[in-house]
Design a protein around this ligand. Structure first.
Ligand code: ATP
Ligand code: MG
Length: 259
């Protein structure tokens, strides 16, 4: 980063397990923060499985250059705000495999932080790859983040992985902002009956047990699948109980970061 760049809060979204909704949370959290008037960057730290550009429908964009450094792709949101996005997906052919060893992937990520012209940001949201192995740990320590948000699904089999992610953050001395329980029940749109497809309350139990805040839960909602596939984040959809649940989570994140 140069003297012209300043990032006030770096928040990473992590979980030990794959497919639990990290990228969905990262994209929608970034959008929700932009809508409150903040300057927000979004860093796709998943070098081999970068999905953020697809979830924002900007996968055909390219970062520009200022002669020395890369300028992130800017997605306007409303009249005077937008999100600055950096992802490996901008740098490769669509669907190309990225058969790089971990040191190469980490090197690229370091460049994404240090050699990208992020400008002045209130928040940089960082979407981590799944797992708690060598690479997520290196990213965690390398990026010097202010806090971590852990995403889990409610079922017992997901919880040990989420617990490992909390332990990893603790070992790296990164404050855990809290746990989000995603895919928490499904309300049938026809009969209104709630089905707890993946069990219930695991995220809250994990938070209580590990002494970290519980930030809230997000139900399984077909609108979220559609929004990810269509590249339109669900926080910009018309209001629904799912969007309200998410907005409450965003408020808790902001409160935690500012206290
Ligand atoms: N609450 C939800 N309701 C319905 N679908 C969801 C929900 N959360 C996420 N999804 C869907 O589940 C899929 C996986 O989500 P996502 O890519 O965000 O997970 P991830 O943890 O980032 O995965 P990976 O570990 O591969 O990076 C996506 O198709 C997404 O649209
Ligand atoms: Mg992801």
């Amino acid at each position: 980063m140069s003297g012209a760049d300043y990032i006030q809060h770096k928040i990473m979204i992590m979980s030990g397990k794959g497919g639990v909704g990290k990228t969905t949370v990262a994209v929608n959290l970034a959008l929700a923060l932009v809508e409150t008037g903040k300057n927000v960057g979004l860093l796709d730290a998943d070098i081999t499985g970068p999905n953020i550009p697809k979830m924002l429908k900007i996968e055909d964009e390219f970062p520009s250059g200022d002669g020395e450094r890369l300028v992130p792709v800017y997605l306007p949101v409303g009249c005077d705000h937008g999100i600055s996005v950096m992802s490996m997906a901008f740098m490769i052919e669509r669907d190309a495999a990225i058969p790089w060893h971990s040191p190469t992937r980490l090197g690229v990520l370091r460049q994404f932080v240090d050699e990208v012209q992020w400008g002045l940001l209130d928040y940089l949201i960082i979407d981590l790859p799944p797992g708690t192995g060598d690479e997520p740990l290196s990213i965690t320590t390398m990026l010097d983040v202010d806090g971590a948000i852990i995403v889990t699904t409610p079922q017992d089999v997901a919880l040990p992985d989420a617990r490992r992610a909390i332990n990893m953050a603790n070992e790296a001395k990164i404050p855990v902002i809290g746990v989000i329980e995603n895919m928490s029940g499904f309300v049938c749109p026809n009969c209104g009956i709630r089905l707890n497809l993946f069990g219930e309350g695991g995220g809250k139990r994990l938070a209580d047990e590990t002494g970290v805040p519980f930030l809230g839960s997000i139900p399984i909602d077909p609108m979220i699948v559609r929004s990810g596939d269509d590249g339109v984040p669900f926080v910009v959809e018309p209001h629904s109980s799912t969007v309200r649940s998410f907005e409450e989570i965003v408020e808790r994140v902001c409160d935690a970061v500012h206290t």
